[in-house]
Design a protein around this ligand. Structure first.
Ligand SMILES: Cc1cc2nc3c(=O)[nH]c(=O)nc-3n(C[C@H](O)[C@H](O)[C@H](O)COP(=O)(O)OP(=O)(O)OC[C@H]3O[C@@H](n4cnc5c(N)ncnc54)[C@H](O)[C@@H]3O)c2cc1C
Length: 512
């Protein structure tokens, strides 16, 4: 019996049993515990990792010099590969785990995925080879005790299951084919020292040995655990979170491989935790006989609920049969998990810090995606073209001060406004009936069902236009006036004013 698994035998028996049966159970448990450190980090004093250049130890030896050093090896692979191949930049990526390996797979539509061939990174047929399954139609539905819920069907939304490791592996090969590019595994970010015209990044290998690399720009792609995002945002890098766990498994009884279940709740809010949570499922057909199921909930980052992935995973394995029944040949091929970040911008524009002099944040470290539908992969794919072209231009122009770098972002005013809707899905037992989230979302589905399909596609593909959202909101308020009171209770004065500011910023934005 492995030591780490043994530790959770009594506290998380369902997870213990399931992980004991999979090959890398111990390793995944280790990774999950590492991600769960996030909750502790939020309570601790902020670690100072961006330091002035004069604090660089005199004994430090520069081990390499690059245009761009990327801390974190997931979405960085896409950005770095374009920077190296298309713009001829000398890049280095390091990750404390294995770069180009993800703890999740991704769903997206083919049309959006083709952005990757538009940047010239992959050919169209390479892009197609990453799609391991495409389903015909998908639906969203929220529980009603009498079974009267509206299933809202839509096509070309999240309908392609992408093999993340294959996609990242290809990007890695393309990157390494460019002379001078470097990828380091088992290498952790320690801190960085900022000078007028460059930054020095200190890393440690798995034995704790320090190395120093000089770069024009440090790209922070360390995800939700980024200590840089933590420092720049004064210990409050996310306002909301969406802890998510699941599996890629085979052997379920009666799953439909032609249909995706984009959002599905199967019961009222779970009120066993402090403030309660509305659990939501997702089910996507994957490669051959495999099927992906996710369980997640939305919450405020500082709520008193247990938001640990460990706890959620135990719940997942306990209640999975209520969603999809494992048959006698049920096998978990891979667990998938992570904390999806979200940020409420209290202003007309982006209010989150995403850059400093010679430092820029992308992906979950920047937290500019919407947790409602696509999240960070979709956001990176949509924005890759300008995130690479603009950064190359900034390097050429030597415009690498914070005020220039922070203009290079995946901030989208429509996504920021839509992300406010997650607040309605954060259940609170102090103010909400157990079916509050289900009832509200069911009404949204009824409203969308009455409108042409483009509205629902736009909403679930982060492509909403402000006039379309207004129409949906008006129709919802007309059908379900209770939403007015809920807005007040969920958003409060500051949140309601902030939402209005987001909408005004969106209306005035050239990206409308
Ligand atoms: C279960 C799940 C399913 C998802 N499905 C979708 C989907 O269908 N579509 C979609 O668009 N998005 C989806 N997302 C969101 C998407 O996966 C993330 O937005 C994306 O992975 C973010 O990538 P990233 O590179 O920014 O961060 P991460 O993927 O978190 O990668 C960060 C990397 O940084 C490394 N790192 C952290 N700290 C350090 C350090 N100190 N030193 C060195 N390295 C470090 C980590 O080891 C890690 O490899 C999903 C998320 C989850 C959790």
């Amino acid at each position: 019996m492995s030591l780490l698994l043994d530790q959770i035998r009594l506290s998380h028996p369902h997870l213990w049993k399931a992980f004991s049966a999979i090959a890398d159970g111990e390793q995944h448990l280790h990774h999950i515990k590492e991600l769960d450190r996030y909750w502790e980090m939020l309570k601790q004093p902020v670690q100072q990792v961006i330091l002035p250049g004069d604090q660089l130890p005199k004994s430090a030896v520069i081990n390499g010099e690059y245009d761009l050093v990327y801390a974190g090896g997931t979405l960085s692979l896409l950005h770095a590969a374009v920077m190296a191949r298309k713009y001829g930049r000398k890049v280095m990526i390091f990750d404390r785990q294995m770069p180009a390996k993800s703890t999740r797979d991704w769903n997206i539509s083919r049309q959006e995925l083709l952005n990757l061939s538009a940047t010239g990174l992959f050919t169209e047929s390479e892009v197609d080879s990453f799609i391991v399954r495409r389903y015909k139609t998908g639906w969203v539905g929220f529980y009603k005790p009498d079974g009267s819920q509206k299933k809202l069907y839509m096509e070309n939304v999240l309908d392609c299951a992408v093999d993340a490791d294959k996609l990242l592996g290809h990007a890695k090969e393309k990157l390494l084919a460019v002379p001078g590019s470097t990828i380091l595994a088992r290498t952790s970010f320690s801190c960085c020292y900022c000078f007028d015209d460059h930054v020095v990044v200190k890393v440690e290998d798995s034995a704790g040995k320090a190395f120093y690399y000089k770069a024009k720009v440090l790209v922070d792609v360390m995800g939700i655990l980024s200590p840089i995002a933590m420092q720049l945002n004064e210990g409050f890098p996310q306002t909301h979170v969406c802890p998510t766990v699941g599996t890629i498994a085979s052997g379920f009884e009666n799953v439909d491989f032609d249909t995706g279940e984009i959002l599905a709740s199967t019961g009222p809010a779970d009120t066993s935790s402090v403030r309660g949570r509305q659990l939501i499922w997702e089910g996507f057909p994957a490669e051959s006989d495999r099927y992906i199921t996710y369980l997640f909930f939305y919450d405020e980052a500082d709520s008193p609920n247990d938001k640990s992935l460990l706890g959620l995973f135990d719940t997942y394995f306990r209640i999975l049969p209520e969603y999809k029944k494992p048959g006698k040949d049920f096998v978990v091929h891979r667990p998938v998990y992570g904390i999806i970040p979200a940020y409420f911008h209290d202003g007309f524009n982006r209010t989150r810090e995403i850059a400093d002099d010679h430092i820029i944040l992308f992906g979950d470290a920047a937290s500019l995606g919407s947790p409602l539908t696509f999240c960070g992969f979709g956001s990176m794919v949509r924005n890759l073209h300008h995130l690479t072209a603009d950064l190359d231009q900034a390097i050429s122009d030597n415009n690498l001060a914070k005020k220039h770098l922070e203009q290079i972002s995946a901030y989208e005013p429509n996504v920021a406004s839509m992300a406010n809707l997650m607040k309605f899905m954060c259940y609170n037992s102090a103010t909400d009936e157990p079916n509050f989230v289900n009832d509200l979302m069911n009404e949204v589905m009824i409203v969308l069902d009455d409108m042409p399909e483009r509205y629902r596609q736009a909403m679930f593909r982060d492509e909403m236009k402000i006039e379309d959202l207004m129409l949906v909101m008006l129709r919802l308020a007309w059908r379900y006036p209770r939403v007015m009171r809920a807005t007040w209770e969920k958003l409060g004065v500051q949140g309601s004013v902030g939402f209005m500011k987001n909408l005004v910023g969106w209306a005035l934005s050239p990206l409308r």
